[in-house]
Each structure stands twice: as structure tokens, then as C-alpha cells.
Write a protein of this length. Structure first.
Length: 309
């Protein structure tokens, strides 16, 4: 069987839209290639940001080099499933629409066969073969390694080859070889994003939503969990609410914890929550005591590695 062409994201973060006609005039810079995420997000004041959620415009985001399964094509758009984001919406992966211009086809993607470079800094430049900065990539972007030396890692990209600085990445033998971290490791990963503005559907260091934040901090520690909060609450190891430990995911539901689940955060320890709250707010650490969250806390799940058993 010949190598099948893989469809790969070729922009730093491709937004996964609910439908091909979801983007508005103000979203133009998010659906082009090159994409201009900083400029797009700067223009998105409170109301248009809120509408991403309330208008059901956006589902998720997909990072550079991630594979998507193409389900159908329509007028410059592709309907895809994202295998790296497990979802009860589609067993193949999270579904949504991406502009075709933000994808590249590659029939020699070396993910299965070699080392993987994982970006550890909040953002890192991808350099061209001539060592010119080309794109700014997000935390947890993963690319196949071709060669490495002390200063530079030569990587495969969806469109060819490029370079990352060794200081920006960690190299693992494979994606599967990324070690499962402790609860404290999950917190340490999350702390570096304190102050980052919330973004509905956000799955990159340009902005996270609540479940995108918990997904990404677990991914940074070797565990792929479901994309959405309600699915995250169904997986993992159940933990009694009086036995929670730092790094556990905490889930919150309306009607004082009895209604629909609507939020997830990371338990910080000492009665505190590390989370990406909602539109208009930034990633923060809060005391749960005497807050609405204290009343709405309904479940906890553990995805990290317990040691010393």
C-alpha cells in the first residue's frame, strides 16, 4: 500500500469553525494563509469575542503540523475530524470546518518513524532553511525531527523543512515516549500562562478556553484527554471531592453542581483553582472558598501519574 497523503495544518493555529459560513468580516485574518492571529485577536473586543461562543461560531483550534481527516470539501472549505482531539461528537476526532488554504498535503510525514520535537516555550519561531524566522508557533506544537545539533533542530514541516532553536524544544523518541507527568507538572505547565486572555475554542498559546487549557496542560505531560469538559469529566480516574490533589481536573455544573456541566479547571492545591474562566477574563488562580465555583463543583478526575505506589 502506497503512502497516503496526510492533510496537515499549515498555519500556527487553524480555527475549527462550526460551519463554512461561521467566520464574520472581523474574522478575515483568522482564515487566511499566512494567518494573522495577533492582529485578529487584538480587534476582537468583548462583544465579537463573546459571539464566538454565544453564536456557536467556533469549535476548537488545531496546531501547526497536526493531522486532520478530510470528510468533505465545499467552496474552499474542508469539513474535517481532528484525531488528536477525542470527542463524543465523532469517534474519528473533533469535527469542524477549516479553510482549505490553511491545510497542506504531505505523503511523507515522518511522525511514526522518528523523533518528535515539542515546543516547550509559550511561543517559538520556526525558521526557514536559510535560518530566517518564518512563523511563530504555539506551545505544544510537535514536529518530526530530521537532524539535531546543539543549537538547531532541523524539522519536517507540512510544506517542507525548517529549523527550530534547541532552546525552544524538547526532543522525544516518539510522541508516545513523552513521559506522563505528575500533578505538580500539570500545574507548572499551566502557571506560565497566567494573565493570558480567555478565547472560546482556544487550543493554543494565543488563547485557551477552559477545556482547551486543561487539555493542553495534560498533553504537555504525556496524556491526551478528550477535548470538551463534559467528555473530560467522563474519562480519567474518578477522585472523591474530599481527596483532590494538585493537578486534578475539577468540573463545575449549573444549579449548584446538579445541572449541566459548564466549566473545568485545574486544582492548584490549598483550596485554589487554576483556570481559564470566560470571555473578558484571563487565566488566573483563585480561592474557591465563597465563590460560585465552590457551590458548583461537581466532579474531579485525575489524569496524571501517581508515583510511589
Amino acid at each position: 500500500m502506497g503512502n497516503q497523503k496526510k492533510w496537515l495544518v499549515s498555519v500556527p493555529a487553524a480555527t475549527l469553525w462550526t460551519a463554512s459560513d461561521s467566520p464574520r468580516e472581523i474574522d478575515l485574518e483568522a482564515i487566511t494563509n499566512p494567518v494573522n492571529l495577533d492582529s485578529w485577536l487584538e480587534k476582537l473586543t468583548y462583544e465579537p469575542r463573546l459571539e464566538l461562543c454565544n453564536g456557536n461560531l467556533v469549535q476548537s483550534q488545531v496546531l501547526y503540523g497536526e493531522e486532520v481527516i478530510v470528510l468533505e470539501e465545499k467552496e474552499g472549505w474542508v469539513h474535517v475530524a481532528v484525531p488528536s482531539q477525542p470527542s463524543s461528537k465523532d469517534e474519528r476526532g473533533y469535527p469542524g470546518w477549516i479553510p482549505k488554504v490553511q491545510l497542506a498535503q504531505n505523503e511523507d510525514w515522518k511522525f511514526k518513524s522518528g523523533n518528535a520535537a515539542v515546543i516547550q516555550n509559550k511561543k517559538a519561531a520556526l525558521y526557514s532553511i536559510e535560518r530566517e524566522p518564518k512563523l511563530v508557533l504555539s506551545y505544544q506544537t510537535i514536529l518530526p525531527v530530521l537532524k539535531e545539533d546543539n543549537e538547531w533542530i532541523q524539522v519536517q514541516t507540512p510544506e517542507g523543512e525548517g529549523y527550530l532553536k534547541s532552546a525552544d524544544v524538547k526532543v522525544f523518541e516518539s510522541i508516545e515516549a513523552i513521559p506522563i507527568g505528575s500533578g505538580q507538572d500539570i500545574i507548572t505547565a499551566g502557571e506560565q500562562f497566567l494573565g493570558l486572555p480567555y478565547l472560546w475554542g482556544g487550543m493554543s498559546s494565543f488563547g485557551y478556553d477552559c477545556s482547551g487549557f486543561s487539555y493542553s496542560m495534560c498533553k504537555a505531560n504525556g496524556v491526551i484527554i478528550p477535548r470538551d469538559a463534559h467528555d473530560q469529566a467522563e474519562a480519567g480516574k474518578p477522585v472523591e471531592l474530599d481527596s483532590i490533589e494538585p493537578g486534578d481536573l475539577l468540573f463545575f455544573a449549573y444549579e449548584e453542581g446538579k445541572g449541566k456541566l459548564h466549566h473545568v479547571g485545574i486544582y492548584y492545591g490549598d483550596g485554589k483553582l487554576l483556570h481559564s474562566p470566560n470571555t473578558g477574563k484571563n487565566i488566573e488562580i483563585i480561592d474557591l472558598k465563597d465563590t460560585i465555583y465552590e457551590k458548583e463543583l461537581c466532579a474531579a478526575r485525575r489524569y496524571w501519574q501517581e508515583t510511589g505506589e
